[in-house]
Design a protein around this ligand. Structure first.
Ligand SMILES: Cc1cc2nc3c(=O)[nH]c(=O)nc-3n(C[C@H](O)[C@H](O)[C@H](O)COP(=O)(O)O)c2cc1C
Length: 184
């Protein structure tokens, strides 16, 4: 399974809106990258207000040095600022997409009421044309990606019968990170 994260944005209709997205790796400056489409709410939200929070949740994380029992981990990025990646950086991400994702990016609308059979027919037609022509599926203009740079990183480790351990990294005005344990 790809690694997912929960992403919350400021939304002008719901106040705050969260969703699951796929973590796509780190940028050169250690930003957290995810891919989206320009017609989604998450895209529109981040363009209107680049502040966001994200959470990773690992319910059974094994740390060999800490024994055979798995622990629950949560990693949060607080007060993250989103920056859209440059067009030149998108081809590499598009080249990693599997066929089903490429077709979805090309033919499926997002958030609009839709008939399933209509969607499936569009999908099947796109797949048929691609297979019969052998032409690659080009990256659509709607395909894009953001990177996040948080003000704070928050690592929380919990376990059954264990005292939770939480470590925070707080970015200082001078760009340095201050690390400390905090109570949960
Ligand atoms: C496992 C999983 C992974 C997903 N990954 C992404 C993703 O990487 N990017 C994305 O825009 N939406 C992704 N989605 C869909 C979003 O959760 C969401 O439904 C969609 O982006 C519409 O969100 P919006 O209301 O912000 O527009 C994923 C959904 C699931 C269940």
């Amino acid at each position: 399974m790809p690694q997912t994260m929960n992403l919350a944005t400021v939304d002008d209709e719901y106040g705050v809106l969260n969703r699951t997205v796929i973590y796509r790796g780190l940028s050169n400056d250690n930003g957290i990258i995810y891919v989206t489409q320009r017609f989604t709410r998450n895209y529109k939200n981040l363009k209107a207000n680049p502040k966001a929070c994200f959470t990773f949740y690992w319910p059974k994380l094994m740390v060999p040095a800490e024994g055979a029992e798995p622990c629950v981990w949560q990693v949060r990025g607080l007060g993250a600022t989103a920056t859209e990646l440059a067009e030149s950086e998108l081809d590499a991400l598009w080249s990693e997409e599997v066929l089903a994702t490429r077709i979805r990016a090309l033919v499926f609308p997002c958030g609009e009421p839709v008939e399933y059979e209509e969607l499936k027919a569009k999908h099947d037609e796109c797949l048929r044309q691609h297979l019969s022509s052998g032409r690659p599926l080009e990256r659509p203009d709607t395909y894009t990606a953001f990177k996040f740079q948080p003000e704070r990183w928050d690592f929380l480790k919990a376990g059954v019968g264990a005292i939770a351990d939480r470590v925070q990294y707080r970015r200082q005005d001078n760009g340095q990170w201050l690390a400390m344990h905090v109570a949960t």
